[in-house]
Design a protein around this ligand. Sequence first.
Ligand code: SF4
Ligand code: SF4
Length: 405
Amino acid sequence: MVAYNIENPAKAKGGVRNYFTLEITTSALCDLNCTYCFEGEKVDKARLDNDLPTIFKRIDSILEDKEWFQAKYDGLNISLWGGEPTLNPKFIIDLMNQYREHDNIDFHLYTNAFNMHNMKKIIDNVDMSKLHVQVSYDGRAVNDNYRLMKNKKASSNQVINNLYELANLGINVSMKATLPIDSMDSLYKCWEDYHDIQKLLWKVSKNININYSPTIDYITKFSLDEKKDAVKVFRSEFLKIAKREIEFYRENGRYLCSWFGGEDNRKHCSAGYNMAAIDQRGNLYACHGAIYSKHKDELAYSDIHDEEFVQKISAYTKKFEEPLKKIHKDCQDCVATTCMICPVASHEKSEKTDFFAKWTDNWVNELCGFFKAFGEIDRAVQKHLFALHAETDEEYRNREMANGM
Ligand code: SF4
Ligand code: SF4
């Protein structure tokens, strides 16, 4: 989910600079065998290694485009996607080194952090200040069931060791978890595991801060009744987490789970508008999710061999601007404070006919129950923390006055 705020682009990238994201698939292969993975069994082994000069040409054309890119964006974020992107380290090294001197390009690596050998090759050969590493790890209770090695054994221990090693190498990572619908009873345990990992990483440096950022699995099919039952479990698990988050916030001035924090998190995904993705064959889509859609062919809108590549991106992204600004009344009035509904999934499931009606048909995913249940808990946490805070301030002032007079 890339949820930049399209109404206020200055908020993108933590309020600092506004970047366009170009995702590039370095290899569709993976070294793990996650059971919920949407990439499927029949992986297309094609790679873009021989097309790197063409990719450079297309990236240059984006950077040079005055009317769209330079007018709207401060820079380009190149996100390395897979499969497992680190299975093609040379591609990553060559690409990053080509743009080593460009201050307006940074890189993002999605990785399962399983293969430290390849990871170190990358670390040793690129400017790591330009690379942000995002590790997929679900929390042991889910990870040990779903994120399996090829031999069907659990991968958690190896990934945690690698996280520790990366921390010791000075690499600050962010983390992302998948939360399967049938694993809601593991939610609190996953939060606790993240808490333990945070404490482990603090032993290396107090400046390493990770978040538990779950994405509810929207690929695996469940019936509406199964989802309704899962919402009940989700609610009771998040109530337990909420108590711990209040303590965590008091101690650290932030939440461990990135979902907490009020309405500002409720941005819908703006894929298509400020991002594009290139698959392992060089075709261009709104985002990596489109690469796995049943409607993949219909969603591809250009490819790296197209001489009008940049004009096509500019025209395609422009089409998303107005439709994405329209927030449906049900969403405006909604209690949810975090909402992460995937437009590609909506587009695939919706029975509507118009493209944007499908793209923004959030409700076909039947996930609102989770976000609404969480919204109620989050609002209660905010009220508790900040109402108490105000009371403490007042008490403090009263004490000061009593002492001073
Ligand atoms: S469209 Fe879906 S897969 Fe693509 S960035 Fe948004 S949430 Fe993620
Ligand atoms: S939970 Fe549903 S209704 Fe609420 S903001 Fe998200 S999509 Fe809209």
